[in-house]
Design a protein around this ligand. Structure first.
Ligand code: PLP
Length: 446
């Protein structure tokens, strides 16, 4: 706070008012470096993880203008994935490596993808949705053999995994403040000494000419402190691990058709991604939210859309798992009471949702059959047109079931008060469905 209210000088200024702020920024740089086992001159402050990822990738490509190949994975955060797609349009060729059903990378595939034209291998340290950790040191060694630079998006891993850049094969590494209890809007990039790092943000001489622009001083000071605190906690992550394992085991024991997504071997201590089969993740999240429990489906940036997570899709998981997966993230501040509350509430939510929603079937990761397409369209019309239509008179659909050409609808609210109105509503629903889907459909409404 004093860096917002009292010490608001510009660290680039020559006067002492700015000079004392420059000293504080330097201390923060040392704190970040200490957490990574790096030298302070190897740390560049950024505005967020996305900037760090973009800047690292750009620097690696600009420094090697004769090479036009990038290797990454299908399960990256959009900060890397979308930037790579953008680079493809600029003429770069990108190899997107897949993962197995446990979210693991195959080192042989990394080796097979590397060529003398590979400028950069860029991949995450730990996955933001499953917590699965990639064998980054081994990948870095392979990249070196082919003369490629190696960038690691460690946004999820910094502060949760012991790192020592002085002994590492990583050339460039990104972190983001808000993933380790610093504020949003600040991040840092590690760039190994000796690496040619052309600036991504071109302007003033801040950050040794590697990132122009006046620094976010309060954010940087907070990031430094957050790194210091994370370092003191790093030796002992058993708190998160024990709570996470207890949560996971309890939910898997109490609720049928429930599985953990991703390997449980090489995984962050604070993350669990659980599939409650045959329900929609969005439904679980909104029910949890009513109890003040915050969880995520997919990454935070893609939640809100009904698209299943690209990470779980890349793992080749069945549709029921894709739809019903949610992620719980814990921290050193999570308490046993909070976990107990989740374990108390989730089984009821799942059993309620399973009782009211049509069962999500498993085969639809491949292209849907005509039958499935028809069922999807019926479901869409019921959800998007019939329900709002019924709601005008205070009615609703309690549940529905689609079996081939037969659609059974259980009405509730104002609709169940009077049998003649049920018959009229049945005709209205039937007309809508017959018109749009198939004249052969039969609707039963009760
Ligand atoms: C693995 C990973 N990389 C990059 C980012 C982007 O970081 P930021 O939101 O700070 O831009 C995130 C954010 O969640 C992430 O999880």
């Amino acid at each position: 706070m004093p860096y917002l209210t009292i010490y608001y000088g510009n660290p680039s200024s020559m006067h002492s008012f700015g000079g004392q702020v420059a000293k504080a920024v330097q201390k923060a740089r040392e704190q970040v470096a200490a957490l990574l086992g790096a030298e302070h001159s190897e740390i560049i402050f950024t505005s967020c993880g996305t900037e760090g990822d973009n800047a690292a990738i750009c620097a690696a490509l600009t420094a090697q203008p004769d090479k036009h190949h990038i290797i990454t994975t299908e399960v990256e955060h959009s900060a890397v994935l979308n930037f790579c797609k953008h680079l493809e349009k600029q003429g770069y060729s990108v190899t997107y490596l897949g993962v197995d059903s446990q979210g693991r990378l195959d080192l042989d595939e990394v080796q097979a993808a590397l060529t003398g034209n590979t400028a950069l291998v860029t991949m995450m340290y730990a996955n933001n949705e499953t917590g699965v950790i990639f064998p980054v040191e081994e990948v870095g060694k392979l990249a070196k053999e082919y003369g490629a630079l190696f960038h690691v998006d460690a946004v999820q891993a910094v502060g949760k995994v012991l790192m020592d850049m002085s002994k590492s094969s990583i050339d460039l590494l990104t972190l983001s403040g808000h993933k380790l209890h610093a504020p949003k809007g600040v991040g840092a990039l590690y760039a190994r000494k000796g690496i040619n790092f052309p600036a991504f943000m071109i302007g003033g001489h801040q950050e040794r000419g590697r990132r122009g622009g006046t620094e976010n001083v309060p954010g940087i000071i907070a990031l430094g402190k957050a790194c210091e605190l994370a370092q003191s906690h790093l030796e002992n992550l058993s708190h998160e691990r024990q709570l996470r394992d207890y949560l996971e085991t309890s939910l898997l024991t109490l609720i049928s058709d429930t599985v953990v997504n991703g390997t449980t071997e090489e995984r962050l201590a604070n993350t669990t991604n659980i599939a409650f089969k045959y329900v929609e993740g969005e439904g679980i999240l909104s029910s949890l939210n009513q109890y003040g429990i915050c969880a995520s489906a997919g990454s935070a940036c893609t939640s809100g859309s009904m698209e299943p997570s690209h990470v779980l899709k890349a793992m080749g998981l069945p549709n029921s798992v894709l739809q019903g997966s949610i992620r719980f993230s814990l921290s050193r501040y999570t308490t046993q009471e909070e976990i107990n509350r989740v374990i108390e509430i989730v089984p009821d939510i799942i059993s309620h949702l399973r009782s009211i929603t049509p069962r999500i079937e498993d085969e639809t990761t491949s292209s849907p059959t005509k039958e499935q397409e028809k069922a999807n369209l019926i479901q869409q019309i019921l959800e998007e047109e019939v329900k709002p239509f019924l709601a005008q008179d205070g009615g609703d659909i309690d549940l529905y079931d689609i079996e081939g050409d037969l659609v059974k609808v259980v009405l509730k609210g104002a609709c169940d008060a009077c049998p003649s109105s049920t018959a009229t509503l049945k005709l209205a629903i039937e007309a809508r469905l017959k018109d749009r889907v198939d004249p052969e459909l039969t609707v039963i409404a009760v």
